[in-house]
Design a protein around this ligand. Structure first.
Ligand code: NAG
Ligand code: NAG
Ligand code: NAG
Length: 419
């Protein structure tokens, strides 16, 4: 279809090449304009530290208020003096097969960069994996190859498709509103069909969890199974009443405490992203180090003590700073609209849950442990596994366990032992 209702991208605003005329996937090589890489380094070298309180850990225990000043200063120094984007970009290019396509739909075009690793196993299951914020396809760096090419020949293999969500990484930012989980899901479905995958599995996390839910809702004849390593179920008023009367199970009580603690004390970033995305994007776009700090604050709270290297943190920040911060923070606003419309998901669904024993805030440690019955309120839950550790980024922290669940769930759908 040649007629486009809205043009979502101004090619001249991109600081990386993108083949906007590619209506079918073409091989793609990441290559960021050197000027923008140098600009980030220059800004890092000019980084102006914040003032701080002098009582150290007592005011900012667990990084409650933000990453400590000395950690930010060290990050900025590393960025200015040692960080080498060119080397990392080469690694990303050589690690995986990259493609780009401009998906056409009646609502406008959606340009997408994605990794496509086909398995040597011809009848492997096609699998779409969707990241969230503050991530890109790089969240799947440790799991893509094991999924596509398992060492054990009897293990389920996958043809892996790992896109950057629009406005993240090398998928250009939309310039019109309305690209929430529902329309992103439509675009990713079209992508899978273009690749020859009429039937496929979906894995999602964080914002990608909502896109995956929406896809399961919209395309139940194509999505053979849905797995998410991240679930949020809001307690309803009956749950809260039962909890107030001490009638909840211990599991329910711990989950309600974690949910209440998270949304009461630690979710301000999400409120800002929903309510004032342009205001915050202006500051964060102007200060790459400030943006890295904004992400790091959240990552520190939920990553279960994972010790990020400066290379990892800066690369993660670069990947969201490149397309412009506005689009990827604004997704939080688009997300809310679509998710209120979801109906019960009938597609066979798996929940994997990851403890956060090393979270700096005690109640938050149970945030991922939604009770089974609560999950069953909205999805056809056929698989549930709970792990002691892993936090919010289990594919980074616990890649082997993460891959194990994905193989087991989809493998048993394929061989028919799980319906
Ligand atoms: C590339 O792959 C290697 C080997 O799996 C991994 O150690 C490295 O972190 C990857 N690089 C990037 C930038 O993802
Ligand atoms: C809360 O969910 C439970 C389980 O589905 C249900 O029995 C109860 O009626 C719900 N309460 C409200 C207020 O919707
Ligand atoms: C619930 O338990 C707490 C702690 O054991 C107790 O302080 C409170 O009075 C109890 N509430 C009700 C309604 O039983």
């Amino acid at each position: 279809m040649a007629l486009l209702a809205i043009s979502l991208v101004n090619a001249q605003d991109l600081n990386f090449p993108f083949p906007l005329d590619a209506t079918t996937p073409v091989p793609y090589t990441l290559s960021l304009d050197k000027a923008i890489v140098d600009e980030a380094v220059l800004k890092a070298s000019l980084y102006r530290p914040s003032i701080d309180l002098l009582d150290g850990d007592t005011s900012n225990a667990g990084w409650l208020e933000g990453p400590p000043q000395q950690d930010m200063a060290a990050l900025a120094k590393y960025w200015a003096e040692n960080y080498d984007w060119a080397r990392i970009q080469d690694e990303i290019n050589s690690n995986f097969s990259h493609y780009a396509v401009n998906i056409q739909s009646s609502d406008g075009d959606v340009p997408i960069h994605f990794v496509h690793e086909r398995s040597d196993v011809e009848d492997a299951l096609p699998l779409l994996i969707l990241h969230g914020w503050p991530s890109t396809h790089l969240e799947w760096s440790h799991v893509i190859n094991p999924l596509a090419s398992p060492e054990d020949p009897t293990a389920q293999a996958f043809h892996v498709v790992a896109p950057d969500l629009p406005g993240f990484g090398f998928s250009p930012a939309p310039t019109s509103s309305g690209l929430g989980p529902r329309r992103m899901g439509e675009a990713f479905h079209q992508l899978m069909v273009q690749l020859g995958y009429e039937k496929y599995g979906v894995v999602g996390t964080d914002i990608g969890y909502l896109v995956g839910l929406s896809m399961s809702d919209q395309f139940p004849d194509n999505v053979v199974g849905y797995l998410s390593d991240f679930w949020i179920v809001q307690p309803n008023s009956t749950d809260l009443e039962r909890n107030a009367q001490n009638q909840t199970t211990e599991e329910e009580a711990l989950y309600i405490a974690a949910f209440t603690e998270w949304f009461g004390q630690h979710s301000s970033y999400s409120t800002v992203h929903q309510q004032a995305p342009l205001a915050i994007a202006q500051a964060l776009t102007d200060s790459p180090v400030g943006f890295a700090g904004w992400m790091w604050h959240l990552m520190h709270a939920i990553s279960d003590g994972y010790d990020y290297s400066f290379d990892e943190l800066i690369t993660d920040a670069m990947m969201l700073w490149i397309p412009g911060v506005y689009a990827n923070v604004r997704v939080y606003k688009e997300m809310l609209k679509d998710t209120s419309e979801l109906s019960f998901v009938t597609v066979p669904t798996a929940a994997t849950q990851w403890g956060i024993p090393n979270a700096p805030f005690e109640p938050v440690r149970n945030f991922n442990n939604v009770p089974r019955e609560w999950l069953q309120r909205s999805v056809n839950l056929v698989y549930l596994s709970r792990h002691e550790t892993g936090g919010h980024f289990p594919a980074i922290n616990e890649p082997e366990l993460w891959v194990g669940d994905v193989r087991e769930f989809f493998g048993s759908l394929v061989d028919g032992s799980l319906q």
